[in-house]
Design a protein around this ligand. Structure first.
Ligand SMILES: [Mn+2]
Length: 355
């Protein structure tokens, strides 16, 4: 197992690569979507209120081979490996998510993007097939020592407005109103179209597509159906397309928040099938619709038990902290991350020595 670190777009620079390395990371997972355009001072994870995070990117410009290679080379130069890119820009696939008129054109661009990712030598692309994205979450002193973290307290039913998907505005001039309410079968049909289009291309390009579950995992939210909100729904996603490129961005926190099954069985089931692309290694207390994100060592999940299952099933991929509570100091996000990284590094080392 390898220790990785997640970096947001505004952190793709030398000092953050050094920080990741100082935390013991050998690999990084990067975000290329700027979720923080209107709140740059807050470097915590994007929360997901009703107003969204700002404007999506340029629909006509996908990330080019040249820019992806330049980022990869810079990360290489710092002695780290670029394991994955996390998330599409909503501007690049809003009509794939919404089954809109530009769906086919956007699908072709996504295919080109995945070819670029493969050509640049980046092994994994993480995505979250979701209309509302993260939502219904709020911040408070929920973790040990009143550390600020994220929680959920009930479901937000405010419909997403036209022109917004996945918390970002793709069309500022959209007519007022909301997209029509659809059922779960319709959402799965849209996923089938996406998987059947992207997976053959990904396979040929040497890229693994890794699906994040719903955060938070509830059946409906903001008038939109959710896709993977119980552990067994991951199996449905895998069974939709047998390609080996069809894998999971396995988020322990989101899975533990689900009301059915349990996170240990899910880890066993999907690591045994060799379907885990990489792991979001974080802890929570509670389940939807009432839970809190907490420090890695204080939540409901026995993280050592998870690591033992992963090791037994020969999982050899990357783990990143995903989110952590912020610690009370001059650098709350960084301290929280460094704490999680130290814990993870020690846990993996202890497991490897205990053969
Ligand atoms: Mn996650």
């Amino acid at each position: 197992m390898k220790l990785g670190f997640g970096l947001y777009k505004h952190m793709l620079n030398a000092s953050h690569y050094n920080f990741a390395k100082q935390c013991g990371a050998t690999h990084v997972v990067i975000h290329l979507v700027d979720y923080f355009g209107h709140s740059r001072n807050n470097v915590d994870q994007p929360i997901g209120g009703t107003t969204g995070w700002g404007k999506a990117g340029n629909p006509d410009e996908i990330w080019s081979y040249e820019e992806l290679l330049a980022i990869k080379n810079e990360i290489d130069a710092h002695g780290l490996k670029l394991e994955a890119i996390e998330n599409f820009d909503p501007a690049h696939w809003y009509d794939v998510l919404l089954d809109g008129p530009k769906k086919e054109r956007q699908m072709n661009k996504l295919k080109q993007l995945i070819r670029n990712v493969g050509k640049a030598g980046i092994p994994i692309f993480g995505y979250n097939f979701s209309l509302a994205g993260v939502s219904s979450r709020y911040q408070g002193p929920f973790a040990r020592g009143e550390a600020i973290s994220v929680g959920m307290n009930g479901v937000d039913d405010t419909p997403i407005p036209n022109g917004m998907v996945w918390n970002m505005i793709y069309d500022e001039n959209a007519v007022e109103g909301t997209p029509p309410k659809i059922g779960h079968d319709e959402l799965w049909d849209r996923l089938q179209y996406f998987l059947d289009g992207i997976l053959p291309v990904a396979e040929e390009a040497g890229v693994t597509m890794a699906a994040h579950p719903d955060d938070p995992p509830v059946p409906y939210l903001r008038n939109t159906p959710r896709l993977v909100y119980q552990p067994h729904m991951y199996q449905k996603l895998i069974d939709m397309n047998a390609s080996r490129a069809n894998q999971l961005e396995f988020c322990l926190g989101s899975i533990a928040e689900m009301t059915e099954g349990n996170v240990y069985d899910a880890t066993e089931t999907y690591s045994k099938q060799g379907r885990i692309g990489y792991i979001h290694f974080r802890n929570v207390k509670g389940k939807v619709p009432n839970y809190h994100e907490v420090f890695v060592d204080e939540g409901d999940i026995d993280m050592f038990r998870i690591l033992k299952i992963l090791k037994k099933n020969d999982f050899d991929g990357v783990l990143i902290p995903d989110h952590t509570p912020q610690m009370t100091c001059d650098a709350p996000w960084y301290a929280g991350m460094a704490y999680a990284m130290g814990y993870m590094k020690a846990a993996i080392t202890a497991l490897d020595r205990n053969k």
